[in-house]
Design a protein around this ligand. Structure first.
Ligand code: 13P
Ligand code: SF4
Length: 348
């Protein structure tokens, strides 16, 4: 698909990719806002989403912050503008609520790289070794795992296990990152990866460093280890946002997805924030548009359902992650509630 997005351009598009006039965009936002209120809904939006979809969100954040919001919301309907596994996580935390994914095409290719049969075969190679799965995985894979983690808390979750050996699935970029932070552990890492972050090469980083010699280089751990090893700082999307906003330097090269870069460019317009070429863009994150959000709210379409036989087991891996991160100093030091909500909608 073409998203029409460039480094500096975030035009509003309808579901056919046609540019929507600004006046219609404001009307769409107003209509969405009205329905959210009428239906006691909440819109949760990942920071890789289009900016206009971030603008209508009640909460914008990374996958950990959004699952925390999902766990405590008292809304009846959760409209999840992220990829499928994120909406599944919200449903696992809210069995009685309606969770809607505005565009069902929003899958995650990395999550699709491991099936439950693949995981069982991998477990058979490493008998009696506990499994930590990245939240970027299906409910079926979560149900076969011992704990889940996000890129914000992966090190703490793996460290919390008494066992020395841990199976880590599916992301090898993050897995190698965790292994390097915890040299006393022995991780068996699955061969999955994020096609968007793996698109960034060491050569791209050298090119940008030559162009911006004073810039601080910041990478997401989903990048190829040969790429994040070239960075000055490695962190999840929330940690990247926080690091850049708190840093005294003015120039940053971001090795992560375009939506995060666009959001930081807007929120921190006094800084120079760039990324590599071609633009690291996750097409799956760009499917949701204002029209599809409105359609979901009007017609209750694309409800997330989870097979009853895996529900409680999958939910348990998420609860275990929360128990680990709530029970140590991590809670106070590293949690990020997402950038402040943008009140862009004038009407009630
Ligand atoms: P975080 O939001 O946890 O940094 O992960 C990013 C991601 O993989 C979204 O696909
Ligand atoms: Fe999946 Fe990568 Fe897209 Fe995140 S950025 S949704 S990991 S493909």
């Amino acid at each position: 698909m073409t998203t029409g997005l460039t480094q500096s351009d975030n035009r509003h598009q309808d579901t056919n990719g046609k540019t929507i006039p600004a006046r219609d965009v404001e009307n769409l936002k107003k209509e969405i806002k009205k329905l959210v209120k009428e239906r006691n809904a909440v819109i949760l939006t990942h920071i890789y989403q289009r900016l206009e979809v971030q603008d209508i969100a009640d909460h914008v954040g990374d996958s950990l912050a959004l699952s925390r919001f999902a766990a405590k919301t008292d809304a009846d309907i959760i409209v999840f503008c992220g990829v499928h596994f994120m909406a599944e996580t919200a449903k696992l935390l809210n069995p009685g609520k309606t969770v809607l994914l505005p565009d069902l095409q929003s899958g995650c290719p990395m999550a699709d790289m491991i099936s439950v049969d693949d995981l069982r075969a991998f477990k058979a190679e490493h008998k009696d070794v506990p499994v930590v799965c990245y939240v970027n995985s299906s409910a079926d894979v979560k149900a076969e795992s011992d704990s889940c983690c996000t890129s914000t808390n992966a090190v703490q979750v793996v460290e919390s296990f008494e066992e020395k050996e841990i199976i880590f699935v599916p992301d090898k970029g993050l897995g190698v990152w965790v292994q390097e932070q915890l040299p006393d552990k022995k991780l068996h890492i699955y061969d999955g990866f994020c096609p968007t972050h793996y698109q960034i090469t060491p050569k791209d980083v050298f090119t940008m460093r030559n162009k911006y010699p004073d810039a601080v280089v910041v990478a997401h751990p989903e990048c190829d280890p040969d790429v994040w090893r070239l960075a000055d700082f490695v962190g999840s999307t929330s940690q990247i946002y926080k690091f850049v906003s708190n840093h005294l330097k003015q120039q940053f090269i971001i090795l992560s997805e375009q939506g995060l870069v666009a959001r930081m460019q807007r929120d921190m317009s006094h800084k120079t924030i760039v990324t590599t070429f071609p633009l690291p863009l996750c097409p799956n994150m760009k499917y949701h548009k204002l029209e599809s959000v409105l359609n979901a709210l009007v017609n209750d379409v694309n409800k997330i359902e989870i097979k009853p036989e895996v529900f409680s087991k999958a939910a348990r891996t998420i609860t275990r992650m929360f128990n680990i991160t709530e029970s140590n100093s991590f809670k106070n030091n590293n949690l990020w509630e997402g950038p402040k909500r943008q009140e862009v909608i004038a009407s009630k």
